[in-house]
Design a protein around this ligand. Structure first.
Ligand code: CMP
Length: 947
């Protein structure tokens, strides 16, 4: 979408939900210089379409009567034959009081029909549903009137009502009598009344005061032609007219007979609920059964809907039903005709047809309308449910899945989810999958700009995971397009301007939330910084965006802080010491704590070759394996082309793992005592580990016994808090999907994970390298206490590492040692082991950690397992759409990290005994990470007892 995005401007003259205007939209495309009128329908084309639909319906009806066809679901709302009979019975049996009664709708009477919109809030069943009668209806009306006027005994007479002369009018009862007598096909009075109503709903006939639909009562009705007066109305018909009318009457009666039941049904659906009789409701209910959009609803809900569905008819193609951005007030089912779904910046994205429904997204999400709905044809018929009824009856039972299409393809799939705590609405649609651009549009159009306070979970998920499906550069491009949606506008109406300003505000809000969610990572791409600066300049220059200046300034300040920090720490160098010690800062201006490893920081490390000679290299962290390989081969004079070489890690147990050429973050990704080798591909098997890899890594030599356990736990926690703090949530994504997909480093996460292994193997190394039994017993007790303190400090990463170290096979087999551990300690240790028990997906730990409040250091390997589980168990793309459920799962895990760090660490320091020593000791442990070596050492200190 980015560069080639077409721009459409919308000129909206008037019209909104409930008071639609006519032919109001003009869409202009701004891709080239050519203006293109897009959505205004040619009336002739639309009329043709409508006529086509009518004749098809008649044909269908005839076929139905001949029993040649079964009724399809969700065609135009025309009554089933069974119900026609039912209705005929109802009306035949109804004991209606004839004669003039009080006005049914006093308000309707007071309002001039000509001034009323065709489908107001409360449609008036006394008024026509078309602007003008169709030629066919006009002709039917003409034939009936001609015969009525020619009949001397006819009821059509000039009458005086309340002192006023009304020409050629007749009471409903007499019109019904006449029709029943006229035709043998009309068996019941109700059938006749329906036929007159069919004429009334097209305006061929009308109640004299426009207050009543057709009723078999003494209300007076007259033909439109007589209302207008003129020559056509005057006098007795000529013989040739009479002949023509007689010739036409059979066909006219047959057509009216067909239309009568539908006209009656539409009349019922335009009456206020309280005026619908139980028989009428039954009739409506029977018809709702045939509507596909309601097929998933229960009988009781359909019964409820029978009383609140409102029938709307719109005469003109081009009418706007509602506008994008409007408040959602109703849900609609299209009974006849078609509508265009129009989106700012895109034009018409979909056309909905008979049987389709629309408009529940805004109702369920309490969000603005996601699109403008424009009638594509003349004479569209809709069923409407208003918001209050929708909320009461449908909100909780509405279909679970909503699919939005554009140009015939799914672009957004939403699913209804149960209310989350603190949410304002009972149920919300959440995004299950979508195209990246549509999801962004959905966010900007409907999820921003209204709620204050907390972050919308969908927005947060999107911000945390968009790098998987929408690279930053593309996101910025899209945002810039949205922000500059008025760039090609010459003249703007006030409505346009308001819409555009609101949109700009939402882009600014999005930017603010983006920075809030991902912090400095948002500024790492230069295009983002450029965009923010542009944004700031435009906001300052636009008085309509006055209120947004503080938001933009805040973002600018954070960006400046990030840039300052970056400049200050530029040129940071790290070192991977040769003897397996942890990665350490080699030179740089950064404060020793909370130092983040950045992609362009240098790292110094060794690369070995098969004969164990090595070279020392210095490269930025983001350097690819391919470059490192080539450079090392050159320095080590391997004289082979890059295609023959591989970069490989040889672990302390001799295991080899080859790096992909496009992988980055290589030195930090090594295991504790692993070494980096460059090798000829074919000689990979010849690589052996260095002798030093079997020895402990270099660490501070100190007598552990003299160090305070609490102080150890305290400094381990401070140290690990800093490492944890430096890890960005994005690193979890890079780690899970593979760094090479993003070209981004995971150095901070690597260092944190290395630390976990370091602590774990330190425990084992210390124990198996202590020959004295009593000292070993003392150490085990110390480590159990250490685990307890780590747990108390909520450093669960270290807690796991210590307990796992104590459970290591090389330690658990030290029978003599464990026998001497007091039962109190053994019990505590058992409890700890139960806590790290991996069964039922680490349930014990999850329950425990779920009760903790931040700050806390989580057991990181489990978070990575959750990420991997989500990744491997779910496809990233489903039928060409981003599987956003997967993104949501991943974002949940990423949010855990945010939660753990949401409060700063403020531990009470234990009274210091040997602070300096402890600090230097815990920063680099002596560690053997080769299980075979550890087990052998364990055997040595406690040989297996012979039975
Ligand atoms: P709502 O947002 O309430 O109002 C506009 C309606 O258009 C929307 O609900 C959907 O029901 C319907 N619609 C159909 N296709 C799309 C689409 N591609 N994008 C947005 N809305 C659509």
């Amino acid at each position: 979408m980015a560069a080639g995005r077409q721009r459409w401007s919308t000129q909206i003259v008037a019209g909104s939900e409930r008071s639609p205007g006519v032919l109001l939209l003009r869409y202009r495309r701004h891709s080239g210089g050519d203006d293109q009128v897009g959505a205004t329908l040619g009336a002739s084309k639309a009329t043709k379409a409508a006529t086509g639909a009518t004749s098809a319906a008649v044909k269908w009806r005839r076929q139905l009567e001949r029993g040649q066809m079964t009724r399809p679901q969700s065609t135009a709302f025309e009554m089933s034959n069974k119900n026609k009979e039912l209705m005929n019975d109802i009306f035949t049996n109804c004991k209606l009081k004839n004669g003039f009664g009080p006005s049914v709708q006093a308000t309707a009477a007071a309002t001039s029909p000509t001034k009323r919109p065709l489908s107001p809030d409360h449609p008036n069943p006394a008024l026509p549903i078309t602007e003008t009668p169709s030629p066919a209806m006009n002709r039917m009306g003409w034939a009936l009137r001609t015969l009525l006027v020619a009949d001397n005994s006819s009821c059509l007479k000039d009458r005086k009502v309340s002192g006023k002369l009304i020409r050629k009018c007749a009471p409903g009862t007499e019109l019904v009598d006449w029709l029943v007598n006229l035709s043998p096909i009309v068996h019941t009075r109700a059938q006749a009344a329906g036929m007159w109503q069919a004429l009334l709903e097209e305006g061929v006939l009308a109640h004299v005061n426009k207050e009543q639909p057709f009723k078999d009562k003494c209300f007076l009705y007259r033909f439109r032609i007589d209302e207008e007066g003129g020559t056509a109305a005057a006098g007795v018909p000529q013989a040739e007219d009479l002949g023509a009318a007689n010739e036409h009457i059979r066909e006219a009666l047959s057509a009216l007979f067909q239309r009568g039941p539908d006209a009656t049904l539409r009349m019922i659906l335009r009456k206020p609920s309280h005026e619908r009789t139980s028989e009428e409701l039954e009739l409506v209910f029977e018809e709702l059964v045939h509507i596909a959009a309601l097929s998933h609803l229960s009988t009781s809900i359909k019964r409820e809907l029978s009383s609140i569905f409102v029938f709307e008819a719109h005469a003109q193609a081009g009418t706007i039903l509602f506008n994008q951005g409007d408040e959602g007030r109703s849900w609609y089912i299209l009974l006849k005709g078609s509508v265009d779904v129009v989106i700012h910046g895109k034009g018409t994205v979909a056309t909905l047809k008979t049987g389709d429904d629309f408009g529940k997204l805004a109702l369920i999400n309490d969000a603005p309308r996601a699109a403008t709905i424009v009638l594509k044809e003349n004479n569209c018929h809709l069923l409407r449910v208003d918001k209050e009824h929708f909320n009461r009856i449908l909100r909780d039972v509405e279909a679970n899945t909503l699919r939005l299409q554009e140009h015939g393809k799914d672009v957004l799939v939403l699913e209804r989810v149960a209310k989350q705590r603190g949410q304002h609405s009972a149920f919300k649609y959440t995004v299950m999958s979508g195209t990246p651009a549509k999801m962004l549009e959905h966010l900007l159009e409907t999820r921003l700009g209204q709620s204050v306070g907390g972050m919308d979970p969908f927005l947060d998920d999107f911000l945390l995971t968009h790098i998987v499906f929408m690279p930053v550069v593309q996101l910025v491009d899209e945002l810039a397009n949205y922000f500059h949606c008025d760039a090609h506008e010459d003249a703007q109406t006030p409505e346009d301007r308001e819409y555009i300003i609101n949109f700009k505000k939402r882009v600014i809000q999005f930017m603010q939330k983006w920075v809030m969610a991902v912090r400095h990572a948002a500024f790492e791409e230069p295009s983002v910084c450029d965009f923010i600066e542009d944004l700031a300049a435009e906001v300052e220059a636009d008085p309509d965006l006055n209120e947004e200046t503080s938001i933009v300034h805040n973002v600018l300040t954070q960006m400046a802080r990030y840039q300052e920090d970056r400049n200050q720490n530029a040129g940071q160098k790290w070192k991977l010491p040769p003897n397996g010690q942890p990665i350490c800062l080699f030179s740089g201006n950064a404060t020793p704590s909370k130092t983040v490893i950045r992609p362009d920081d240098d790292i110094i490390f060794r690369v070995y070759c098969a004969d164990h000679t090595y070279c020392t290299l210095r490269f930025p962290m983001h350097t690819t394996a391919e470059l490192i390989k080539a450079c090392a081969a050159d320095k080590l004079q391997l004289n082979r082309g890059p295609e023959d070489l591989v970069l490989v890690e040889v672990k302390s147990n001799g295991e080899r793992s080859v790096f992909k050429d496009n992988d980055v973050s290589i030195p930090t990704g090594l295991s504790l005592n692993g070494r980096l080798f460059v090798s000829v591909k074919d000689h990979l098997d010849a690589l052996t580990q260095l002798q030093e890899q079997e020895c402990p890594t270099e660490g501070v030599d100190i007598d552990l016994e003299i160090l305070s356990t609490k102080e150890l736990a305290y400094h381990i926690t401070l140290f690990e808090w800093d490492l944890f703090w430096a890890v960005h949530e994005y690193e979890l994504l890079y780690h899970t999907f593979g760094r090479h997909h993003f070209g981004k480093i995971t150095a901070n996460l690597d260092v944190f994970l290395r630390r976990f292994n370091e602590v774990q193997y330190w425990i084992v190394t210390e124990l198996v390298s202590t020959p004295s039994l009593s000292k070993r017993v003392g150490l085990v007790r110390k480590f159990i206490k250490l685990a307890a303190y780590c747990k108390e400090y909520q450093n669960l990463n270290a807690f796991f590492a210590v307990v796992m170290g104590l459970s290591n096979m090389a330690v658990s087999r030290l029978q003599q040692t464990w026998e001497k551990i007091p039962s109190k300690f053994r019990k505590i240790f058992q409890e700890f082991e139960a806590l790290i028990d991996p069964s039922r997906n680490h349930r014990a730990y999850r329950v425990f950690v779920g009760k903790l409040q931040p700050p806390l250091i989580p057991f990181m390997p489990l978070l990575l397992k959750d990420m991997t589980f989500a990744h491997e168990g779910n496809k990233t793309s489903l039928d060409g759409l981003v599987n956003f459920e997967k993104m949501h799962m991943m974002a949940q895990t990423m949010r855990t990290i945010r939660f753990c760090r949401s409060r700063s660490l403020g531990l009470e320091p234990p009274s210091p005994k040997s602070e300096g020593e402890v600090r230097s000791y815990i920063s680099s442990f002596r560690v053997i990470d080769n299980q075979r070596v550890l087990t052998a050492m364990s055997q040595k200190v406690e040989p297996t007892r012979k039975l």
